[in-house]
Design a protein around this ligand. Structure first.
Ligand code: ADP
Ligand code: MG
Ligand code: ZN
Length: 617
């Protein structure tokens, strides 16, 4: 049910139509007079030639100025373009032979009072400016009268964006969002709040204001936000962060203000800010000019969110795929303090996405969505939607009445070659990922002194292509040496498994090696865990007490000590790698089972890993 925002004053609408009328009048009647009949200036002598040859049809005399028409076109324009309209200047002293000559050739002569003409021209020249001026003046007046202060561009913006601000209740609901079980559960309670906020208020509950949806592109953030509004039956006010960034400073801030005003007046509702990162990057980091506007917009956004009195059931939902660059002020309590993460779908979730998007399609009997999900690792929800659509297009191109397996194959090839936005994974790479993560998981499972496994997945997340998550059994404050050594072995386990199973390493171990090296260095240089070094502080950086990151310090020890540290670090890492290798060699068959299971299901829970590793070993 579309709603007209009631805050657009009537006066604005009238003014708008009056201006529109004037502009149209100007365009239709007056512009052609000015520009439609362009006259080319020619020399007086040339004019006299034309006259002598009898080629002049009519002239108009305005003082020392003569405008005329030739009987046919002649090359008088720039670059010898032909035209018949010309203008020329009559000599200051006058030309006594002119009038008789005109008469002799039977040219129609009109004489225009030169003062009249200049008046006319002045008017023509001024009219557009008058129209523009009255337009802005009207805007300023109406905005001042409304108490909104002088805000020309803002009001103008409201004029021009009125249509896009029409809010409607989206038709999508949660059943259109496949998978994403966690995210859906997390936003479910917001549906209840939005559809019956009075109940919450009566109990004095502190109500949520901002929800931040995070996840890679195409995972359904926009879709989920729309579904949330659809499910709660409240209007949805979408705007993209990049739309806030305008050429003129202040326009973005005015947009934010208008958006919040409209939403509050029609509460309950959901304001959805897509691409929050484009407006919400950490302030003061922009290079050169141009970020003034962004900062102003961001400040306005923060002010609006703080300005909720707590009575409005207006929820601000934002989406980003770069939560790391957001200004910390956006994440404070009372702002975007609820975070919901959306991940790329795993195999079973991909089946569901495919089902959602193919539900209204005539599928041939040979289409196996489960098989299709198996060969599309790394595809996002949007990629899968695209795949289904491409398949239908392919079927239509081949004039088929159903969409069949070959169409899906064609579509997949096309997407893999070109346009898959996210990290589509080739089959060999998929296998290597499974080997790598299985290596981590195997060491984590069989090595004593490690935390229990929680989950293993080869679904890309953030920068990591796969992850092995552990659950610390208890909060640890000091870390025993055995635990740390086990941690090193586990961290290098992925790479070691690649070496054992595939006989080659890969760049996938980049982060593992970095982490392991940092840990080994701390063990050696800070915690005295290397017999070759002993309990000596040889650290080269200091943790900053407030910033929580390492700050480089001037070195207070000899070059010899530095070399000894490097050697001890290497020794620790090599020992850890050896440990990982022996676990892997001992349990090779368990590893193979884990690799197969991972490749097949992509995500394994704790119990699934246990079942896989302990059976028949
Ligand atoms: P994002 O905002 O995270 O980039 P979108 O919500 O714009 O992703 O997703 C684009 C399209 O992809 C959606 O309109 C929808 O058709 C499809 N899509 C994405 N994720 C899902 C999902 N989980 N279930 C069903 N369709 C999805
Ligand atoms: Mg989106
Ligand atoms: Zn790894």
């Amino acid at each position: 049910m579309p709603q007209e925002p009631p805050d657009t004053p009537d006066i604005n609408r009238k003014l708008f139509f009056i201006t529109l009328g004037l502009v149209l009048l100007y365009a239709v009647f007056i512009l052609p007079l000015l520009h439609g009949q362009h006259r080319y200036p020619i020399a007086y002598s040339r004019f006299k030639q034309f006259l002598a040859q009898g080629e002049v049809k009519e002239v108009e005399l305005r003082g020392h100025h003569l405008e005329g028409t030739l009987t046919a076109t002649a090359p008088i324009g720039p670059n010898n373009t032909t035209a018949s309209l010309f203008t020329t200047a009559v000599p200051e002293l006058g030309d006594p032979s002119l009038l008789p000559a005109l008469e002799a050739h039977g040219v129609t002569v009109r004489v225009v009072d030169s003062e009249d003409a200049s008046w006319q021209r002045l008017l023509l020249f001024l009219l557009p400016w008058l129209v523009l001026f009255s337009f802005f003046w009207g805007l300023l007046r109406s905005s001042r009268r409304l108490g909104g202060g002088i805000n020309g561009p803002g009001e103008l913006q409201r004029f021009l964006t009125r249509r896009t601000q029409k809010a409607e209740v989206p038709a999508v609901t949660f059943k259109d969002v496949a998978g994403q079980a966690n995210a859906k559960t997390e936003v479910w309670e917001l549906v209840d709040f939005l559809s019956d906020s009075a109940r919450y208020r009566a109990l004095g509950a502190e109500v949520p204001r901002g929800v931040l949806l995070m996840g890679p592109p195409g995972t359904g953030k926009t879709l989920l936000a729309r579904a949330l509004a659809g499910e709660a039956g409240v209007p949805f006010y979408p705007i993209s962060g990049s739309e806030f960034i305008e050429l003129f400073v202040g326009v973005g801030a005015a947009r934010v203000r208008n958006l919040f005003e409209t939403a509050k007046k029609n509460a309950p509702g959901i304001i959805f800010i897509d691409e929050l990162d484009s407006v919400g990057r950490t302030r003061g980091t922009g290079l050169g000019g141009g970020h003034d506007e962004r900062e102003q917009t961001l400040n306005q956004l923060l002010a609006e969110m703080d300005g909720f009195s707590g009575h409005e059931a207006v929820l601000v939902v934002a989406a980003t795929n770069r939560p790391d660059v957001l200004d910390p002020a956006l994440l404070r309590p009372g702002r975007f303090d609820r975070h919901v993460t959306l991940d790329l779908p795993d195999r079973s979730e991909r089946v569901e996405v495919l089902k959602v998007h193919s539900r209204s399609m005539p599928l041939a009997a040979d289409v196996d969505l489960d098989q299709l999900a198996a060969v599309t690792p790394g595809f996002s929800g949007a990629d899968l939607k695209n795949l289904v659509n491409e398949a239908a297009m392919s079927a239509a191109r081949h004039r088929l009445t159903t969409v069949s397996a070959v169409n899906f194959e064609e579509a997949r090839d096309k997407l893999l070659l070109g346009t898959v936005r996210s990290m589509a994974i080739a089959p060999e790479e998929h296998h290597r990922l499974a080997v790598h993560e299985a290596g981590h998981a195997l060491v984590a499972f069989f090595h004593p002194h490690t935390d229990p496994l929680l989950k293993v997945t080869i679904i890309p997340r953030g920068r990591a292509l796969g992850t092995t998550q552990q659950l610390p059994e208890k909060e640890r404050h000091t870390l025993p040496e055995e635990y740390l050594r086990a941690r090193l072995a586990l961290t290098l386990g992925g790479r070691t498994a690649e070496l054992e199973v595939l006989a080659s390493a890969s760049s996938g171990a980049d982060d593992d090696i970095r982490q392991a090296t940092a840990l080994a260095r701390a063990m050696v240089s800070r915690w005295g865990m290397s017999a070759d070094i002993g309990p000596v502080d040889l650290r080269e950086s200091e943790e900053h007490p407030f910033l929580g990151r390492e700050i480089a310090q001037p070195r207070r020890f000899s070059e010899n000590s530095a070399q000894a540290v490097d050697q001890a670090v290497r020794k620790l890492l090599l020992a850890a790698e050896e440990e990982a290798r022996s676990v892997i060699r001992e349990r090779r068959s368990a590893l193979e089972r884990l690799i197969a299971a991972l490749e097949n299901r992509e995500t394994l829970s704790r119990t699934e890993i246990e079942a896989c590793l302990t059976h028949a070993s």
